[in-house]
Design a protein around this ligand. Structure first.
Ligand SMILES: *Cc1c(COP(=O)(O)O)cnc(C)c1O
Length: 403
């Protein structure tokens, strides 16, 4: 069988072609990657990198995981797509797994709407909140929920939002982690309080202990829903299935995506209790969402995380990483924050973009979500030895950055 023909050439040549053919929404790509295996990726020029970003907290089991690959290929060669006029065993099994994961009880009455991305999961949740008969949303300063018009309406940063107005209204923001401000902002017109249990794009910011429980209490006191965006923090990334489980909080609505399909696009909006029945026939829809191939990818991810005890591994590796970076005692490193394998190295100066470039040159994929923050979100299967190679290179990465 003839294979698809892909362009040859060097990284520089391909990047040039990219610039002519792909819209410039992301800036020039740092590298052109051609292959991945486990925690490593290779660029088109043959250089190997330890992937400490995992496609932004996506490739939970690393690249080309044989069992995920096996599940996807088996499903694709049996039945690839049917639309949501029909059901498949894979989709039903995944919905059951996710509802059990969120509530801790397969019979708790939670329900799932499947999507293809985190943004779409948030769109579904946003529409769901409107079915309460209320319109207000109280979200957090510094939040990130995606790029669609709905998700943008939820975004606090004015420079992202204002060029695209008018957007859906009745959204207000309070400082992340500020209980008194939240108390003051929530009244009986509010449909939902929306929180990322760890703010990823803002630079891996963990709220004060007890904040999620306070947010839930405040929301429920006013008959509003607690909606958690766990697109980045969920699916085992912090050592629990959901980051909210650190605080013992079960949300009314939770959105998932990134790590769910190990790179196969899939998202989910999971609602519990009465919220599970707010969307009804005609309320919402999707052609691809919950496609059986995406569903088996997610089922494989969940089963492998369970079978290999990866939640415990994530907790252990996260602690190992934090301790190892702190032990460097480097004058440029202010702190290591985050949980499990969602970590930020906070720098004393705004040199993260330069450090990011230097890390790439030394064979490590990380990124810089803020000018003074390096983010590390590696595959959940990463080993202590692999993390240690990066920690050993950190002084060189940081010393090479301009003062
Ligand atoms: C990445 C992200 C999104 C958007 O997900 P996409 O799959 O890029 O649409 C939404 N919320 C959070 C918290 C995210 O990190």
């Amino acid at each position: 069988m003839p294979e698809v023909i892909l362009p040859g050439g060097t990284g520089a040549q391909l990047t040039e072609r990219y610039g002519h053919a792909v819209m410039n929404t992301f800036g020039p790509p740092k590298r052109v990657f051609t292959r991945g295996e486990g925690c490593y990726v290779w660029d088109v020029d043959g250089n190997r990198y330890l992937d400490l970003l995992a496609g932004i907290a996506v490739n939970a089991l690393g690249h080309a995981h044989p069992q995920v690959l096996g599940a996807i290929t088996a499903q694709l060669s049996t039945l690839g797509h049917v639309s949501n006029f029909f059901a498949t065993p894979a989709q039903i099994a995944l919905a059951e797994q996710l509802t059990a994961m969120v509530t801790g009880d397969a019979d708790a009455g939670a329900k799932v709407f499947f999507t293809n991305s985190g943004t779409e999961a948030n769109e579904a949740a946003f529409k769901l909140t409107r079915r309460t008969g209320r319109t207000g949303i109280v979200a957090m300063e510094g939040c990130f929920h995606g790029r669609s018009m709905g998700a943008l309406a939820l975004t606090h940063t004015a420079k992202y939002r204002e060029p695209f107005e008018p957007l859906p209204g009745h959204v207000t923001w309070v400082p992340f982690g500020d209980v008194a401000a939240l108390e003051a902002a929530v009244d009986d017109t509010v449909a939902a309080v929306l929180v990322e249990p760890i703010q990823g794009e803002a630079g891996v910011i963990v709220p004060p202990d007890g904040f999620l429980a306070d947010a839930q209490r405040i929301a429920h006191d006013h008959g509003a829903l607690l909606w958690l965006d766990e697109v980045q923090s969920g699916m085992g990334r912090t050592g629990h299935w959901l980051a909210a489980q650190h605080d013992g909080v079960v949300p009314d609505v939770v959105t998932l995506a990134k790590g769910l399909g190990n790179g196969f696009p899939i998202g989910a909006c999971v609602a519990t209790g009465e919220a599970a029945d707010l969307l009804q026939p005609g309320s919402h829809g999707t052609t691809f969402g919950g496609n059986p191939v995406a569903a088996v990818a997610a089922l494989a991810v969940i089963q492998i995380i369970q079978r290999e005890g990866l939640l415990e591994h994530v907790t252990a590796m996260g602690e190992h990483f934090r301790a190892a970076v702190e032990a460097l005692g480097h004058p440029r490193i202010k702190e290591v924050r985050g949980r499990g394998l969602l970590r930020a190295i906070v720098l004393t100066d705004e040199v993260a973009p330069a450090a990011y470039d230097r890390a790439m040159d030394l064979g490590f994929v990380i990124n810089a979500p803020r000018p003074h923050v390096l983010r590390v979100a590696p595959p959940l299967v990463i080993t202590a030895d692999q993390l240690d190679t990066f920690v050993a290179a950190l002084p060189t990465i940081l010393e090479g950055t301009p003062a």
